[in-house]
Design a protein around this ligand. Sequence first.
Ligand code: AMP
Ligand code: ZN
Length: 468
Amino acid sequence: MKLYNSLTKRVDTFKENESGKIAMYTCGPTVYHFAHIGNLRSYLMEDVLEKLLRYSGYDVKRVMNITDVGHLSSDADTGEDKMLKGAKREHKTIMEIAKFYTDAFFNDCKDLNIKTPDVVEPATNCIDEFIHMIEVLLEKGYAYQAGENVYFDTSKLKEYYVFGNQSEDELMVGVRDDVTEDSNKKNKNDFVLWFTKSKFEDQALKWDSPWGVGYPGWHIECSCISIKHLGEYMDIHCGGVDNMFPHHTNEIAQSEAFLGHKWCNFWFHVHHLNDETGKMSKSKGEFLTVSLLKEKGYDPLAYRFFALQSHYRKPLTFSYEGLDQAALTYKKLKNKIAAIDVAGDIDAAKVTEYHDKFAEAVGNDVNTAMGITMIYDVLKDDELNGATKLAVLNDFDKVLGLNLTVKEEMETSSEDAELVAYVEAKIEERKNAKKAKDFQLADAIRNELADKGIIIEDTREGVKWHRA
Ligand code: AMP
Ligand code: ZN
């Protein structure tokens, strides 16, 4: 399998630490609001990566945190605590907000066929681990106390900019103009490991620590939670591109300083989903959620299909026209699959042949668009009988997660009456075309119906039809 690695900045042949086993970590959501479909693009592509690894025979353990404390609105150490902001907005406690939006996140994931990681751990469960790591960093001389906070000292590292491509401008990402620099920091990029109550007087979540009552910085949670569940060596760490700096850079700094060796080999970053005005953001007022798409009548899997049509390393622009197009293509594809005549025995050798081809094609840096193209190759392959086609598509769907062979539920009866009238008129039209020996038109009518999920069969008792 080949995978682009943000550390080496090229597509590398994937190599795991322990043969056949993969330790995989995903930065989880900050649960102060709904996830927007941009956030979910990242989780969706990470889900495909996990499923692809399993499909290729690896034994994967995947861990994800839930950020319910410490994430300030700037991504750096300035601005308001995001959870506090959510709690104020809704006049609820932070824990109520965290529970509500964690549940909402997993509901969205379920709608999008995103598997829940093997381990999900909220940051607030691991305060003792955070304190321990900070104590070790202080002991080793990588951290210092100033103004009642504890900071990581980036000048103690041989290399801080591990991803190597940040310009000064990018380094300022998220740092708002109206926030003054923290004068306690010895170096510009030093970051907070532990805040004390001096940061926010009304901080609701706080814990006792050797440095005073306070709460952890944002980055420490991912280092601690991953090491707790995956051990000292990690194979793949995932997130959206905006996580590269400062979050992932700081995770690497503190984890490697703590462990004393290299921590994670592969860094997988999903590029952003943008709307027509720019990067999607939760602070933009009304933003795009899965529930909103559902209210507008979209099948959430049409969004999954939309996302899988593009490569995860390219920014993707969302528009309703684009989604409509994807929804239509997806529906037609499902109808074609539903129209397959499931005759014959499954040809196991063919299923394996396609499995290997798919693993190789999609395994070339998670080429999901190629995976979709291969569905059409299977549908067109005359050497495959219906049963084998379905078996191959079910196999592909282990990675794509598009419910390719799941049939739609029957619609309501008033719509049925309209449908019956329409289908019968089409059958009559087709009969007339056949009588006139216009077989091309007759076939076109059959295909038109198939596109709408209606299958017609010529039997000795006349033309019969059913839903696919
Ligand atoms: P957050 O809930 O803000 O911590 O973000 C959750 C995940 O979504 C992180 O991995 C982010 O990098 C990612 N993310 C944020 N915005 C976007 C976007 N517009 N498109 C894709 N991923 C995003
Ligand atoms: Zn993280």
